[in-house]
Design a binder for this molecule. Structure first.
Ligand SMILES: *Cc1c(COP(=O)(O)O)cnc(C)c1O
Length: 399
């Protein structure tokens, strides 16, 4: 297949457009979509060689598919990883990353502030297999240090976290984790490889929900795991091959084309989010405004040393609690009420009664979620139109 090998020294925006590019014999400009499950062989000997590994070729789309491979190579280039493996959703990536490496009796240390389903996998699913997780305060290094004073298999964290935008010190936690013999797994869904590359800051494994900013237009579900070849050969590769949570070629193609505009989109999402965060912070209806790019964020300096911008998510807590949060949401005329995030369309939700409803009030509070908290995913609409919509909704919330 005619292709140019993209030098790895190129910058992110070039890799996002050209990384992993492989053209078929038709010399198409845009990446081809190979919507197929199986592959054929000229001879029985060729089939045998494909299975004993002496010939490098596609065998079955549960293992590998040409469109999925281009997506994986491109994302690997962006994250600076040796290997990328994609999955049908972000949660499939989480489950595979954890289950492929833990054994009964193993111990995991995780940040308490996590995406709701990630907490469920750690606190409900893994104990069924004899794996216990100790949860710590994401921003408290003494907590991390104490929890990692015992042998540990894996460390699991999200930075910035959903929805309270806690920022974890990647270098410090990775150092404690490695001393305890643990691999550090980072959920990089909120930051994307455009803003943050955890593997360069000590992490061992990164995963994504590509459903969010990578697709970026609310079309497909998908996930991805980035790691080194040793972890893939020993743990992840065989687990994925035989359990089959594979990404469909069509969804891989949509996410692949999403990568081409990721840098451009994140620039706009971040610029508009910073603008809106300042407007919200100055409004009397907001008791608290959390955005890593704001100087008032408790971990602003750390966030800016790990990330190139604050991201597209803002969390605000309305002074009047849940009633006020509902007035704010119901008054929005451009921003939609939705539990999804990472879309071209601005979206807002009330985590207390939706994404984190399952948790007890005490657990919600421990994760920084109060009844007045609203999470806003900032879209690509005109920034001034969004300022107008958010301001009139804050006015309505203040009544
Ligand atoms: C959405 C999300 C996930 C789960 O991904 P799905 O694609 O919905 O399965 C995990 N972590 C974070 C931070 C997310 O936002």
């Amino acid at each position: 297949m005619p292709s140019k090998t993209t030098p790895p020294s190129l910058r992110a925006d070039t890799l996002a457009v050209r990384g992993g590019l492989e053209r078929s014999g038709f010399f198409e400009t845009s990446e081809a979509l190979y919507l197929n499950s199986g592959y054929v062989y000229d001879t029985a000997e060729e089939a045998e060689a494909a299975f004993d590994g002496s010939a490098d070729r596609y065998v079955y789309s549960r293992f590998r598919n040409p469109t999925v491979s281009v997506f994986e190579k491109r994302l690997a280039a962006l994250e600076g990883a040796e290997v990328c493996k994609s999955t049908a959703s972000g949660m499939a990536a989480v489950t595979a990353t954890l289950l492929c490496q833990v054994r009964a009796g193993d111990r995991v240390v995780a940040a308490r502030e996590l995406f709701g389903s990630c907490s469920w996998v750690l606190s409900e699913l893994l104990p069924q297999y004899g794996v216990i997780t100790e949860f710590v305060d994401a921003e408290n290094l003494d907590d991390w240090k104490a929890a990692l004073s015992k042998p540990t298999t894996a460390v699991f964290l999200e930075t910035p976290s959903n929805p309270s935008l806690r920022v974890v010190d990647l270098r410090a936690v990775s150092e404690f984790a490695h001393a305890a013999g643990a691999r550090v797994i980072v959920d990089n869904a909120f930051a994307t490889p455009i803003l943050q590359r955890p593997l360069e800051q000590g992490a061992d494994i990164v995963f994504h929900s590509t459903t969010k900013w990578i697709d970026g237009q609310g079309r497909t579900m998908g996930g991805a795991i980035l790691c080194d070849s040793a972890f893939n050969d020993d743990f992840l590769g065989p687990f994925l091959r035989h359990t089959g949570p594979c990404l469909s070629p069509f969804n891989a193609w949509v996410a692949l084309k999403g990568l081409e505009t990721l840098g451009l989109r994140m620039e706009r999402h971040c610029a508009t989010a910073l603008k809106l965060a300042k407007v919200i912070e100055a409004h009397p209806a907001a008791a608290k405004t959390l955005y890593p790019g704001l100087e008032s964020h408790p971990r602003h300096a750390l966030a800016m040393s790990q990330m190139s911008a604050g991201g597209g998510i803002i969390a605000l807590s309305l002074a009047g609690g849940q009633a006020s949060a509902y007035r704010f949401l119901n008054a929005l005329s451009i921003v939609d009420i939705s539990n999804n995030l990472g879309d071209a369309k601005s979206l807002a939700c009330h985590p207390w009664t939706t994404t984190h409803q399952r948790l007890s009030p005490e657990d919600k509070m421990a994760q920084g979620i109060d009844a007045g908290l609203v999470r806003v995913s900032v879209g690509l609409e005109d920034p001034e139109d969004l300022v107008g919509d958010i301001t009139q909704a804050l006015d309505a919330a203040a009544i």
